[in-house]
Design a protein around this ligand. Structure first.
Ligand code: SF4
Length: 153
């Protein structure tokens, strides 16, 4: 999974207010379903207990089984497992994300993480791996902040 913390030194504590953001006019994004963010180099997709409950319910599988089969503990949290080759355990090369309606917050908020939008250069780096970033729907600065506040990345 390509998901990583691109710049862990940037946090909301030193984040500027919306009006001072370089992207105060908003940023464009529309997912092309390319799968780049769910495949490739190793990464982490942090998943909360509440999100695990939702995934288990969606799959119709016991919570303990989903926890054991599809997640593991890394650093200070629980993350989704990867298939051999690096694809997210829930990513299917034909069908895409198989838990899309209940995907974790980290996936829902991509690409609008502080580490991805803090500077034009970081946004460009994000665009380099995510073809949906920089095109499609215009997302307001307020909505971008809402998504950033949902998870610290
Ligand atoms: S990399 Fe971007 S465009 Fe591709 S699946 Fe992920 S969010 Fe969508």
């Amino acid at each position: 999974m390509t998901f990583t913390t691109a710049n862990p030194k940037i946090t909301r504590m030193n984040a500027p207010p919306d009006a001072d953001r370089w992207y105060r006019a908003g940023l464009q994004f529309r997912c092309t379903q390319c799968g780049n963010c769910c495949t490739g180099a190793p990464g982490f997709v942090w998943v909360s207990e509440a999100e695990l409950h939702a995934i288990a319910k969606f799959l119709g599988e016991p919570l303990e089984e989903v926890r054991a089969m599809h997640t593991y503990v890394a650093r200070n949290g629980r993350t989704l497992r990867e298939k051999a080759g690096g694809d997210c355990v829930f990513f299917d090369r034909s069908d895409g994300c198989t838990i899309y309606p209940v995907r974790p917050t980290q996936c829902r908020t991509w690409p609008f993480w502080e580490s991805n939008v803090s500077t034009p250069n970081h946004w460009q780096e994000t665009r380099d791996i995510c073809p949906g970033a920089g095109q499609g729907d215009l997302i307001s600065v307020e909505e971008i902040t809402n998504r950033m506040n949902a998870i610290r990345m």
